[in-house]
Design a protein around this ligand. Sequence first.
Ligand SMILES: Nc1ncnc2c1ncn2[C@@H]1O[C@H](COP(=O)(O)OP(=O)(O)O)[C@@H](O)[C@H]1O
Ligand SMILES: Cc1ncsc1CCOP(=O)(O)O
Length: 264
Amino acid sequence: MTFLQKLRNKNPLVHNITNTVVTNFTANGLLALGASPFMTDGIEEVADVASIADAVLFNMGTLNESIVNSILIAGKSSNERNLPIVFDPVGAGATSYRTVIAQLITQEIKLTVLRGNVAEVAHVIGESWSIKGVDAGTGEGNVIQLAQKAAQMLDCIVVITGADDVITDGQTTYIVSNGHPIMTKVTGCGCLLGSVIAAFLSVSEQQIIESVTEAVAFYSIAAEIAAEKTVAQGPGSFQIEFLNQLALVTPDVVQQRSNIQKIH
Ligand SMILES: Nc1ncnc2c1ncn2[C@@H]1O[C@H](COP(=O)(O)OP(=O)(O)O)[C@@H](O)[C@H]1O
Ligand SMILES: Cc1ncsc1CCOP(=O)(O)O
């Protein structure tokens, strides 16, 4: 059975502390996929949510002191319960506050996966890369080496997204070359991926990098098909069709369309 089948059988509860831009899109994306979203950041309850969640997503897209405290409290509680945790350091490097907080979170919480664009991941580990708000700018470095270095430093899986997605534990590395450029025209396509990865991790059964790679391939293939079905329309139609495809794409379609390269 694929991780996608296991996920849809389980209907995992994914706790999301995410940003105000993408909360609705993320909840709808998780529902379409076959997971159960729980979007809450209240400092009064986030520690308790860990006792009912199957996986966790922390995203610092709209950052303030209250969100930081909620992430730290939920992270501690989730670590105590050995829940899989995905962290998305949105905009790390755009301001010094974001960089400092992203680094604090990676120090205080044991992550399963760090997911970001190349600039965000670079700034989390103290490297430089041009960044424009929440988007990566053009850079010169080797993205695969950067991902491997980050995975070794943080002792977690690192996913760097872009035209090609790099997934690595610091030793084994996969490159997923599915997806479509129109994904950059819909806000939240990176953020939702973090939550989708969290849902897949809830059924990973120790095959962590394999489940993350399948999550990334599945997600990019759903986007590819949505782009084909809405060709010559625009980002609005694509966004709706992408949600449809997150529900409709089957394990067979993932197997047929996956463009995955494994490197050591
Ligand atoms: N040029 C591209 N071609 C295909 N897929 C892309 C392209 N750029 C981004 N994506 C996809 O869009 C999603 C979000 O990635 P990205 O834009 O890097 O994240 P963020 O929104 O955090 O900056 C990922 O699934 C990634 O694979
Ligand atoms: C536009 C924006 N501003 C703060 S968070 C956010 C959402 C970013 O989402 P994504 O990086 O997934 O497109």
